[in-house]
Design a protein around this ligand. Structure first.
Ligand code: ADP
Ligand code: MG
Length: 241
């Protein structure tokens, strides 16, 4: 069995009287690529946000790389979790290179020289070596999201979480971001990806998790999920996408 990087046990998250997660169990092993699918409002973002403690869960356990997080714990483990958002959230007044180097300087204590060297290498990996001195506004949305991925990687996280990384992009830019993610998936990085890109899920996922109504309703390898879905909610979801 792979070493678990994320373990969620019976995780409950409520907003007031509304339960967004009804006791979720999820285990993600080292190097595993898990794709989370499901209708809007099913709790996908809440799941991701509980893992990186943007939301605090109300019950259950979340263990990241062996350490329990949240519910009052001041954890250092969160610097081990990289996050790629739908909106790229780059600093507009900083060059692309600085945007990527900033985290390693601030959080990891690298010198600017060492951090920029790392940033340069990662920006080359996402195909942006000719754009390092530009500012975010000079880049396309697809390029900005590739900066977002390089920025997350620069922290050398144990796991990368993606929440609809291509949903804000013009259709012609979706492919370039998915290509970078697919390349990344081959390098042994652990990834949890919320996406509506079913082609990506089929091709890249080791496991697909289907959520509905704040619960994991079905999970399995992509060929099972897409070719022989069991739960009627999954069947109707797949017919609609
Ligand atoms: P998804 O990402 O699958 O579309 P979300 O996790 O964003 O779903 O939301 C799940 C449910 O929780 C939705 O009904 C949503 O309205 C609700 N919800 C999410 N965040 C909040 C919040 N901060 N306050 C109140 N309700 C929320
Ligand atoms: Mg969402």
């Amino acid at each position: 069995m792979m070493r678990p990087i994320i373990e969620m046990k019976n995780v409950v998250k409520s907003f007031g009287v509304f339960k967004a997660l009804h006791g979720v169990d999820l285990r993600v092993g080292e190097g595993e690529i898990v794709v989370v699918i499901g209708p809007s409002g099913s709790g996908k973002s809440t799941l991701i946000r509980c893992i990186n403690q943007l939301e605090e869960h109300n019950d259950g356990e979340i263990i990241v790389d062996g350490a329990e997080v949240g519910r009052g714990r001041k954890s250092t483990v969160l610097t081990e979790v990289g996050m790629v958002f739908q909106s790229f959230n780059l600093f507009p007044h900083m060059t692309v290179l600085r945007n990527v180097a900033l985290g390693p300087v601030r959080v990891r204590g690298l010198s600017w020289g060492a951090a920029e060297e790392r940033a340069q290498r990662l920006l080359t990996r996402v195909g942006l070596e000719d754009h390092v001195e530009k500012y975010p506004a000079q880049l396309s949305g697809g390029q900005q999201q590739r900066v977002g991925i390089a920025r997350a990687l620069a922290m050398e996280p144990k796991v990368l979480l993606f929440d609809e990384p291509t949903s804000a992009l013009d259709p012609e830019m979706v492919g370039e971001v998915l290509d970078v993610m697919q390349q990344l998936a081959k390098t042994g990085v652990t990834m949890v990806v919320v996406t509506h890109e079913m082609g990506f899920a089929r091709k890249v996922a080791d496991r697909v998790v289907f959520m509905d109504g704040g619960r994991i309703v079905e999970e399995g390898p992509p060929d099972e999920i897409f070719n022989s879905p069991r739960d009627p909610r999954l069947r109707s979801f797949l017919q609609a996408v």
